[in-house]
Write a protein that binds this ligand. Structure first.
Ligand code: FEO
Length: 395
């Protein structure tokens, strides 16, 4: 099976409808994913990226029905992570002497994972590989999202093979951006950015501007996950420029966990206070104890501020909240405000602890936070509403 992409370019990847977790258990993929591999059949034949290891045999078998493997002149490894390189050992078993084009860090990554001394050809930005009438131009893209990442650009067809950048975890039989549900596509593209690329936003911005300055015609962007951008491919480039520049909407996200509903009641009354004071702001509440962490992170990415709540337990905070805060520390969102809240019955350390985590994650903590003693009574509920009203002005 292949999907014609343009002229002599064909998609030969794997649509993984089953995938629900990615990067081990770190990232939820409610809509599955795809591993995109591209075969370019010009005078010379190039293969860009492969698929994840569990699908290696299936992939190589399918590839061999499309082309005699020995006719592949070049393998291009835009990125060494195993979801794209996992089928290389199986493929290279058939064509051990075919050169693999990748960055210097790509060699380290591939050797480190597969311990094979394949014929690596190291490329840098601006290097060209002739396929006959057309060429591949390589563009290093370190930290988008690994140090080894690069893009490949096919002249004449004007296709940018961008690997993870501009990708989405979205399985679809249609495989083109104009054929899929647009709200699903937008959400999955944003979720991908919010959960994987956010820490590298300054580099994303710089790299996109560098590519735009090259003034290469861009008819299509073909990432390594999800659908290919053929209708107005510039739309995802513009979205990335927005997202990489301290993106926020007029939204406040309230995330909490609760033991006996005290902190939940606080969250709901603080939300009420915010919405009574500001009729324009979107407020969303999530109990992180049973919400999808990556969807919540996507909502935080969209927000101008986040409120984090936990009761005190064992002089600390609930583990679901702690886990989220650790992830937020790594993602390092920029220019977002934050505040903490929580109820307590004895020692009451949760709020100052959350404040410390929020500061370490780069949030601007607007005040000392808000505590209530035991379950909120009528007076405490009123105080929560008033706290929300105060926050509406601060956030
Ligand atoms: Fe960084 Fe899709 O792998």
């Amino acid at each position: 099976m292949n999907i014609p992409v343009k002229n002599n370019v064909f998609w030969l990847g794997k649509i993984d409808w089953d995938l629900r977790k990615f990067h081990g258990n770190e990232l939820s993929t409610h809509r599955g994913s795809t591993y995109n591999s591209y075969l370019i059949k010009e005078d010379k034949i190039a293969l860009i990226d492969t698929v994840w290891g569990p699908f290696a045999k299936e992939y190589v078998k399918n590839l061999s029905t499309e082309i005699d493997l020995k006719k592949i002149d070049y393998v291009i490894a835009n990125h060494g992570e195993s979801d794209h390189s996992g089928a290389l050992p199986e493929l290279m078993r058939h064509i051990p002497h075919t050169p693999i084009y990748c960055t210097a860090n790509g060699v380290k990554s591939l050797k480190g994972q597969y311990h094979e001394d394949w014929d690596f050809k190291v490329v840098k930005t601006g290097d060209r590989l002739s396929l006959g009438k057309k060429e591949l131009i390589f563009i290093e893209a370190p930290m988008l999202h690994w140090p080894d990442t690069m893009f490949s650009y096919l002249t004449e067809d004007n296709i940018l093979f961008s690997n993870d950048a501009f990708g989405q975890h979205l399985a679809s039989e249609f495989m083109f951006n104009d054929l899929v549900d647009q709200s699903e596509l937008t959400f999955e593209a944003m979720k991908y950015y919010a959960n994987i690329l956010v820490p590298f936003s300054p580099l994303v911005d710089k790299k996109i501007k560098e590519i735009l300055a090259l003034k290469l015609p861009m008819d299509m962007i073909c990432p390594s996950h999800g659908v290919m951008w053929r209708k107005i491919p510039q739309q995802i480039v513009e979205s990335y420029l927005h997202w990489s520049n301290k993106y926020k909407e007029n939204q406040i996200t309230i995330v909490y966990d609760t033991m006996w509903s005290g902190t939940r009641i606080m969250a709901e009354h603080i939300a009420k206070g915010i919405t009574t004071a500001d009729k324009t702001v979107t407020v969303k509440l999530f109990n992180i104890g049973h919400s999808d962490k990556n969807d919540v992170i996507t909502e935080i990415f969209k927000s101008k501020a986040v409120l984090i709540g936990s009761p005190t337990i064992n002089k600390g905070i609930l583990t679901a909240v702690a886990s989220l805060l650790e992830e937020l520390r790594g993602l390092s969102f920029k220019e977002k405000k934050a505040a903490a809240f929580g109820c307590y019955g004895w020692s009451g350390e949760s709020v100052p602890l959350i404040n410390e985590h929020l500061k370490a994650a780069g949030f601007t903590v607007v005040d000392e936070g808000f505590k209530t003693f035991w379950n909120p009574d009528d007076a405490s509920r009123k105080a929560c509403i008033e706290y929300g009203q105060k926050l509406a002005k601060l956030l």
